[in-house]
Design a protein. Structure first.
Length: 235
């Protein structure tokens, strides 16, 4: 059974817009009629930018820089007349070494790109979301639920995203809903290149995760907040 969403008249901000998952979330919201604004550290003219630059409005900025975040959120709300949904998709993975061999720069990078971006985007979007009675959906990770070998900073940063989400939900109960999605391995060209011998059919299509993001913003989940939603597929 197919599911259709109607976000006509709603304004959505998607961070990490140029990546595989960010572009899938943007496409899904656009197809559902939303006014979608993407933000990324790279612009649409970059070869690393995967999202279709039209007809979405794109804003280039560093979401680890509070001044950039404040500027972009203010510009979007002024241009579009408010904000209804924030999707914290910006993130990355870096690992491969045990803690005692991990460079502090790698640890700081993971906290910045995964957790700090979600914190700053949420901080500056929340006043507008509180006005609209909107929602936040952030991307955590299945691996944040437990420790593991070789990617401790990543797991810690994504656990922080999950706890940040729960905190936003608690502080805005009855006003702004906040939920996290928890992917395992997403089917992306980069992951296929890194793991060529894996069972790619078991991985989750970014478009399917995007549908879950839409569901968590929709009226279908109006009583759901503070949740960490598995989007593991068969992985």
């Amino acid at each position: 059974m197919g599911v259709e969403f109607d976000f006509g008249g709603d304004v959505v901000l998607v961070t990490g817009a140029g990546g595989v998952l960010g572009s899938a979330v943007i496409e899904a919201f656009h197809d559902a009629g939303a006014s979608v604004c993407g933000a990324d550290i790279v612009g649409p003219d970059s070869e690393d930018f995967l999202a279709d630059p039209e007809p979405v409005c794109h804003h280039q900025g560093d979401f680890t820089d509070e001044d950039d975040v404040e500027r972009i959120v203010d510009d979007i709300t002024e241009e579009r007349g408010g904000l209804d949904y924030l999707c914290n998709v910006a993130g990355s993975w870096r690992g491969g070494t045990p803690i005692e061999e991990t460079d502090v720069s790698d640890f700081e990078f993971m906290l910045d790109v995964n957790l700090k971006t979600a914190f700053l985007a949420s901080k500056h979007a929340l006043p507008y979301l509180q006005d609209s009675g909107g929602a936040v959906v952030s991307v955590s990770a299945r691996s944040s639920l437990e420790g593991g070998e070789g990617d401790g900073p990543y797991r810690a940063s994504k656990a922080g995203v999950r706890l940040l989400t729960e905190t936003i939900a608690a502080e805005n109960r009855g006003t702004v809903r906040a939920n996290a999605v928890m992917p395992s391995v997403i089917d992306t060209p980069t992951n296929r290149e890194m793991m060529p011998d894996a069972d790619h059919d078991a991985w989750v299509d970014p478009a399917d995760i995007a549908e879950t993001v839409l569901a968590l913003c929709s009226d279908a989940t109006s009583v759901t907040s503070g949740a960490a939603v598995p989007v593991y597929g068969e992985a």
